[in-house]
Design a protein around this ligand. Structure first.
Ligand code: ADP
Ligand code: ZN
Length: 612
């Protein structure tokens, strides 16, 4: 048998393995049960696909998502690994063909939906065919403590009963010990090797901003990623429709996705996004599971998610290919209130739901490194004090100097005004505004009048909101949303407790790294920049994907195209050195990519069409 690294190089074109991949593969080859916990983009698939390709026997993969199975199988087939799937999307003829091939030992990997796998005919088929091992993808679906419990996963316990001697390998991105224990018990694992990777995603830049003007803030971010793919999450369906419309009016290629749309519309939106006819997916959290597009360059939350777990999952869809990507979260105190009322309306909210909401809000309001916050939230130690990849460490936000004094001034103003006014009016008074109402109420004679006049009203309002968020102020129950000082607020007033107030530093966000990667010296006239060549290669990728009826990211990843644009190989052996180019892809896809690179290498701008 070829050694596993040779297989990885030959089939997938990778010279190196990602953290823990080697250990995970060794467990598979040793036929020892295992639980592998790696973050999204950690390269879980390769952990069972490479051993399957190396051994050449049948690995059965259980996966909950029918759409994903087809993509995975298409990806494997394109790389030259015989694979197939069995699920309800097949006609009975197609299914029989696959079953025949299974018995004949034609496949190295077979993807099966859990509810089908546990049926006696399927178990019988696999017994006859002989199975080398089982890989259970998204294994957290087996646990009620995970975020995506699926009852059909519970039935997987028969696998161990029917195949007592076949090793079972579980893969998930959910790290909690409780979920892990459930996986081991439910699958009947025997002394599994447990491999837990780091949950930090160093290629993601995290930013949090108070939402002031949603459309402007969103388009500013989109401009950092022109033409690249991204997802914008909204809390409510109506916001999805509005924002997608607004973006389309501004000529962005945006589509909308939420559970209120007809199936066909949803499918079209998803299809447009996957095949690169659309760049921007505006969606509720209903969108995402089952999307394997690895070149998502940004995920924007237009509203705050209800837990860090949700945030991590959704934001984690950015940058699966390991290239720099941005996660921007826009929030307001209103989001917190909205979620609270949604959770209350559910009657009895799930245990811990309110606490998780509070933790999410803490994240938004925090002034500590975002990477560190997230990593520590998930129970891991963080490596460095500053990450260089979040708004805090990049110096984009700052704790206001003297913020304890300002918090007291705001709270004192609310008290002085008898707790009978709303945030906007209080801010006017603090800023010393000259309005008719203030004159009429004679509030220009208050001690509080104008004490914060050196700050803009927007800044003062944001501080009032932050004080609400930190439960120093609360909105009254009455008809008008007047502000009251809470018990905590009184402690701050007495100087017994302090709260930090944050302000976004007026300094523009650094350009996205992909743009910054342009050469400092402009290319000489007629010579094509890496960026332009990359765009040409993307067009070619799209064309070849359409010809094959598969998503573009299965042809080559962005990471591979970037390397091609940089290295500009013109011969086969040089092309094979590109990360992500295996032998099959060299043969099948290489010639046209090489021709495209050759045609544009010397900037012989002749023929700007990428298709020779
Ligand atoms: P996960 O399922 O853990 O989210 P995937 O299996 O989808 O991750 O892999 C994420 C990305 O990383 C894919 O684009 C994959 O091609 C790439 N990848 C996997 N292993 C390697 C490797 N050893 N070297 C480079 N890229 C890799
Ligand atoms: Zn940081």
């Amino acid at each position: 048998m070829e050694n596993i690294r040779q297989t990885v190089k030959r089939v997938w074109g990778y010279d190196t393995l990602l953290p823990l991949q080697e250990e995970a593969m060794r467990a598979v080859l040793a036929r020892r049960d295992s639980i592998v916990i790696l973050p999204t983009g950690g390269g879980k698939s390769l952990c069972f696909q490479a051993p399957a390709a190396a051994m050449g026997t049948l690995t059965v993969v259980v996966s909950p998502l029918i759409a994903l199975m087809k993509d995975q199988v298409d990806g494997l087939t394109t790389a030259g690994v015989p694979a197939a799937f069995l699920n309800s999307s097949l006609t009975s003829d197609e299914r029989r063909l696959v079953e025949d091939n299974v018995v004949r030992g034609r496949y190295h990997l077979l993807y099966v939906a859990p509810e089908r796998l546990v049926l006696p005919p399927c178990l019988g088929l696999l017994r006859r065919a002989g199975v080398a091992c089982f890989a259970i993808d998204e294994a957290h679906c087996i646990s009620q403590w995970g975020h995506d419990f699926r009852p059909e996963y519970r039935q997987l316990r028969v696998v161990r009963e029917v195949f007592p001697d076949v090793a079972i390998h579980a893969f998930t991105a959910t790290a909690t010990p409780r979920v892990r224990a459930d996986i081991a018990t439910e699958l009947g694992l025997r002394e599994p090797e447990i491999l837990v990777g780091s949950f930090d995603r160093p290629n993601l830049v995290y930013r949090v901003r108070r939402r002031t003007d949603r459309l402007r803030q969103v388009t500013e971010a989109l401009e950092r990623h022109r033409g690249a793919a991204g997802i914008i999450y909204c809390i409510r369906r109506a916001e999805v429709d509005q924002l997608a419309d607004a973006l389309r009016r501004l000529s962005y290629r945006a589509v909308a996705y939420h559970a209120g749309l007809a199936d066909a519309e949803r499918r079209r939106a998803q299809d447009d996004f996957i095949t690169e006819r659309a760049d921007v997916m505006v969606a509720t959290v209903a969108f995402g599971m089952g999307i394997d597009r690895s070149d998502v360059r940004y995920v924007i939350h237009a509203g705050m998610p209800k837990s860090i777990e949700h945030y991590q999952q959704e934001a984690g869809r950015a940058g699966r290919d390991g290239l720099p990507s941005e996660c921007l979260l826009l929030y307001s105190g209103g989001d917190f209130g909205l979620w609270r009322s949604i959770l209350m309306a559910e009657g009895l909210p799930a245990p811990g739901a309110m606490q998780k909401l509070g933790e999410m809000y803490d994240y938004c309001q925090g002034a500590a490194c975002r990477h560190r916050f997230l990593v520590e939230y998930f129970g891991q130690a963080s490596r460095a004090d500053t990450c260089g990849a979040c708004d805090v460490c990049l110096g984009e936000i700052a704790v206001e100097d003297g913020s304890a004094a300002m918090a007291r001034q705001i709270l004192a103003a609310v008290t002085e005004m008898g707790e009978r006014f709303g945030a906007g009016y209080v801010a006017d008074v603090l800023c010393g505004a000259k309005t008719a109402r203030i004159a009429e109420m004679r509030h220009d004679r208050l001690d509080a009048y104008g004490v914060l006049r050196q700050y803009s009203k927007a800044t003062v309002r944001s501080w009032i909101e932050q004080l609400e968020g930190q439960e120093c102020l609360a909105r009254g129950e009455g008809e008008y949303p007047t502000l009251d000082v809470t018990a905590r607020g009184h402690r701050v007033l007495r100087g017994e407790s302090a709260v930090p107030l944050l302000r976004t530093v007026a300094r523009s966000v650094r350009q996205a790294p992909s743009r910054a990667a342009r050469p400092a010296v402009p290319p000489s006239l007629g010579q094509m920049s890496d960026e332009d060549l990359f765009e040409m290669l993307r067009v070619l990728r799209r064309t070849m994907a359409a010809e094959r009826g598969i998503p573009p990211y299965l042809i080559f990843s962005d990471a591979s195209l970037r390397e091609m644009a940089r290295e500009r190989p013109t011969a086969k052996d040089a092309f094979l050195q590109i990360k992500g180019v295996g032998l099959r892809k060299l043969q099948e896809l290489g010639p046209r990519f090489l021709a495209c690179i050759r045609a544009h290498k010397d900037g012989s701008a002749a023929g700007t069409s990428p298709v020779p």
